[in-house]
Design a protein around this ligand. Sequence first.
Ligand code: HEC
Length: 494
Amino acid sequence: MKLLSTLMLLPVLTATVNAQEFGEQPAGARIPDKLEFQSIFNGKDLSGWAGKTEFWSVKDGAIFGQTTKDKPTQSNTFLVWQGGDVADFEFKAKVRFAGNNSGVQYRSELFGNPEDFAVKGYQADLHPKPEYFGMLYAEKWRGIVARRFQRVVVGADGKPKVVGEVGNKDQKLVDTEWNELTIIAVGNRQIHQVNGVTTMDLTDNHPEAKRKGILALQLHRGKPMTVEFKDIRLRHLKGEDAKAAINAVTKKAGWTDELHTAYFEWFLKAANYRGGASFAKFIQFIRDDAVASLSETQKKSLKEILAKKPVQKSALENLGAIFAGRSETKWTLDELSQATRTNLKQRDFRNGRKMFAAGGCFACHRFRNQGGMTGPDLTTAGRRYSAHDLLDQVIHPSKVINDQFSAVSVITEDGLAHTGVVVNLSSDRLTLNTDLSDPNKRVNIDRNTIEELIVSKTSPMPTGLFNRMTKDEILDLIAYLISGGDPKYEYFRK
Ligand code: HEC
């Protein structure tokens, strides 16, 4: 089989030519120290690029790559820029493609037979599927590292963690139309954008992370496809320019020390006022990242605030602080439901939000992009549930359990038991988060080894969360939930 496929490749190999034959390599193709954008494609021929000639040409001022039914490629093949390695840089190109996916490799390397122009490394994926368009795919290496809309941090253990959202979920991208791709790579930070909107943001501390390498354009094996690239520009980045480039896309430009101080003070408070161990961890991620984006001078002038550590209290202690000295009321559903029928008007928006925080809801639930993720996002819960049903969910969490968040117990062939919430399920693997207060505590279980799987009848959400609130406070909280966080909602009209 191996021999046969090698033989089949032979005619392809002889048809392949090396870089020089594409045309004269212009002396200016290598642009080591220029910090402004330079065009790296002349719009006329493939000078400065190398790949399999049978697939690549120039058409209407664009690099044109094509495979057909009669002339497929056996494996992914690339047009490689001959201008040297890219390390810290910003790349821009207009691109459109059809039939299959393409992508731009960077900080990559050639591997295998040089005539195949096979490449390994980071790829800004250009994929017709919305959730993949602009994602980070580590070609012949680590597979999908960050999908579109994800902010991912890969730790020294090599494991990717989604730490936030980026971009705009309403942004529609069409593969067959011209879109502008931007890649920014500085140190361990890599950001992709399409049409000026960030599609993924990666901080890569993988032990084998690559900080420099070649740049290349992809033609995918499989279905016949075309891809076109034009207006291809590159600038190398260094020092303050590099920082500014990252800041410009992460919108941290224009920060004064004063703003920074206020910002970091917020983190000191935030570690407490929403309570909950998992929320504190998210806060820690954001803070670490914010610190990492500071320049040395900024770090120096903010030394004092950066040295301060939050005094952390547990979620229950935080609840205690706000509701201190109150006695408990065992609210019944009927009583509260009755109250919502007549009293969901002229509610207090700010108090509703305060109760959402004080009641510990933020610790496990996201609401308008804030809060923990161990429970469902509640931003649109008010559209899905009536006031009565929302009350019911909080008073009787285990009556109806959202199965996406149910706890399960798994017993495996070798007699081990694991209990947790399913965070990932594939055809052969089940991943459980075993500690709701720590989203990073996970076990992976081979599905073939599962003897028994029991879905827990108890919700991970605690009972009695309303017990120390007054009726008015509960109504404010319900109004806040139903409004989706909109202070202009009718329930708040005075
Ligand atoms: C310790 C974590 C935790 C806390 C604290 C918590 N919840 Fe939950 N909540 C969950 C989990 C997990 C679910 C999903 C399982 C279920 O349906 O019972 C859930 C489900 C819900 C649901 C149903 C949502 C849906 O889409 O099915 C509502 C409404 C809700 N919680 C409201 C609240 C409110 C209001 C608070 C604060 C007073 C709160 N929760 C506090 C973990 C929590």
